[in-house]
Write a protein that binds this ligand. Sequence first.
Ligand code: FAD
Ligand code: EPU
Length: 347
Amino acid sequence: MYNLLLLLKITNYFMQTDFSLKDYNSFHFNVKTRYFETLKDPAYLKNAIINREFDTDNLFILGGGSNVFFRDNFHGLVLHPVGKEIEVIEENEAYIVLEVSAGYDWDEFVAWTVEKGYCGLENLSLIPGQVGAAPIQNIGAYGVEVKDYITVVKGIYLDTGADFEIPAEACRFDYRDSIFKHELRGKVFISHMQLRLNKQPDFNISYGQLEEQLKGTEITQQAIRDAVIEIREQKLPDPDVIGNAGSFFKNPIVQKAQYDFLKSQYPEIKAYPAGNDMMKISAAWMIDNARWKAYRVGDAGVHPKQALVLVNYGMAKPRDIMSLAEQIRKDILFKFGIELEMEVRLV
Ligand code: FAD
Ligand code: EPU
């Protein structure tokens, strides 16, 4: 399918064949890809696309692998961005605009911003993965979404090799959503992202658990980062120890009327206003209430401390986790009349 020499031209490095992705997906499924290569310079990819007919259907860009679910072996080329660069695009007394390369580890970048005193991203501490993946699902945690700080997403169209620069307003960012999950799904390589961060503190500690954690502490950027890390370490499994991809499902957003009906049946239900007469229901609460929390069959399970996180205790196969996910989905539909949507990207 692929011409080896042409592929070598993309990357200029040694390309691996029949390569195990066990260490490149946070569920640690032992799936293989036909070809695997790291990509340091986007120009190589661009030239390769321009110089030949490129079968982009069989190309997959893999960041840290913390939001993907490989159902099986992959029969094409996996490209894994590497390299970390930060460039200052604009700076004044109030703010700084930074351009960061895709291969930068997200949390390493957040730690750097905190060290420098560039404010905004501290609530997004310890989210696994790379910078290049952050805009795809508009990563969010503890009251902040990355869309609040992105100004531009840059990259290459995989069909033509043409460069693009998409301003944040055109990225259609929403809760765990963006244009990169719709029209541009699988069609682009994101090479850089620009973010505008404040030099003056603009802290957001409105998220209940965060506010609680920070009680009695002087509110600084570092204190927020530390508190977020502490909360996350308490309830989310470390993927290096127990395979998982964070929240397996999204929190469903329903009409207020549907929520009111559920609330009359389940007075304890957890939900948050989501604008336009809509409510975001806690999927973790529903899964927990339906008694799936800590459920385990073989090595596939529901995390004992966070019911929205499905885990691989070691030897679970993709079909084991998927079968568990399907059972949970059916049960939640039956009990609450709500269809859970997966957050993880199926490959
Ligand atoms: P991958 O899993 O490698 O890829 C995800 C998708 O992005 C794929 O479709 C891939 O093709 C695409 N992609 C990746 N890089 C590029 C690129 N450069 N160009 C084009 N497409 C690309 N998410 C949150 O939003 N909030 C959280 O609080 C959170 N907590 C988590 C906690 C744990 C323990 C885990 C395991 C995951 C968590 N996640 C969370 C999910 C995950 O960390 C994020 O979605 C993250 O952005 C994924 O980054 P990645 O580099 O691992 O992407
Ligand atoms: N809850 C339960 N049982 C549980 C866990 C939670 O009832 O087992 C209830 C609690 O009442 C809790 C509420 O659910 O107060 C919310 O829980 P949590 O704060 O853990 O948030 P979440 O809605 O489960 C979302 C994101 C996370 C993000 C956190 C913090 C989604 C799908 N998930 O989880 O993101 O870190 O909020 O902001 O929106 C991810 O996307 O992978 C991810 C981990």
